[in-house]
Design a protein around this ligand. Structure first.
Ligand code: 6PG
Length: 249
């Protein structure tokens, strides 16, 4: 993977508990450091299945370490256009694994999946813009996943939102899923101080190998376009997802 940004850090961990604990520890570390350095923290979390266990561990760590969640703002990387109680809702997943298990002082900014996608994207853009003013325009941490087709967030290959360079939030129709999503865009992802990819399982082996084998970022592999100009990127992989990493990584 070759870009002008620093090389990503790659960490390979045993699947399951070790992976979840390492991911949760990495998130807490960024969060605590941001609070120490700047008095507050802005994080954006992805949905999907991979981070579920990590979010649960994160809730335990935040409580055990008495992190002051009044100083933490939680954003969503993307959302499906469903009500917040729908089993497909990313908000619902993060609420049950994390939000409901920690102090209610945490500031939660959800994407309104229950309304029309463009309207939800416009509302979130407005909310994000005012929030980012208090954070130097940058998220402290964005947690991302990767799909087997190379999508990250809801930046799916072949969709216009992958090329978005102005707006921070986009509405996107994903033909393969026959449904709309709302997603943060590359201008937000690539301004983050820290990006943490969480990827596990043998279904991800081929795409991880392809992303790391490439010489340059590729529009048809949106995850390869995430390279914050002045931030760090860590790929946390389990052994299966990492099994086709090129040997030089
Ligand atoms: C979502 C996402 C998406 C996800 C990947 C990986 O809402 O689904 O934010 O980008 O991170 O599709 O999903 P899994 O972890 O379920 O494989």
């Amino acid at each position: 993977m070759s870009t002008n940004s620093p090389d990503p850090i790659v960490a390979v961990l045993p699947a399951g508990n070790d992976f979840d604990v390492a991911a949760a520890e990495a998130i807490v570390k960024v969060l605590v450091t941001a609070i120490e350095d700047r008095g507050q923290c802005l994080i954006a979390l992805s949905g999907g299945n991979t981070p579920r266990g990590a979010y649960r561990k994160l809730a335990d760590l935040l409580t055990a370490r008495a992190v002051d969640l009044d100083r933490v703002h939680l954003l969503f990387v993307d959302e499906r256009m469903v009500p917040p109680d729908d089993p497909e809702s990313n908000y619902r997943m993060v609420r049950s694994e994390l939000i409901a298990r920690v102090s209610p002082n945490l500031h939660v900014h959800r994407i309104r999946g229950e309304i029309e996608a463009h309207e939800a994207a416009g509302d979130y853009e407005t909310e994000l813009e005012s929030l980012l003013r208090g954070f130097d325009g940058r998220c402290d941490l964005i947690v991302l996943g990767v799909g087997e087709d190379g999508h990250t967030a809801s930046l799916f290959p072949g969709t216009d939102v992958v090329g978005e360079r102005e707006r921070r939030v986009g509405a996107v129709f994903v033909p393969r899923l026959a449904s709309w999503r709302v997603t943060l865009t590359l201008p937000v992802l690539n301004r983050a101080r820290t990006v943490l990819f969480l990827v596990s399982g043998e279904r991800k082996t081929a795409i991880v190998g392809e992303i790391f084998a490439g010489d340059a970022p590729r529009e048809d592999l949106p995850a390869s376009l995430v390279h914050p100009e002045s931030g760090t990127v860590t790929w946390m992989l389990d052994a299966e997802a990492a099994s086709e990493l090129p040997s030089e990584v």
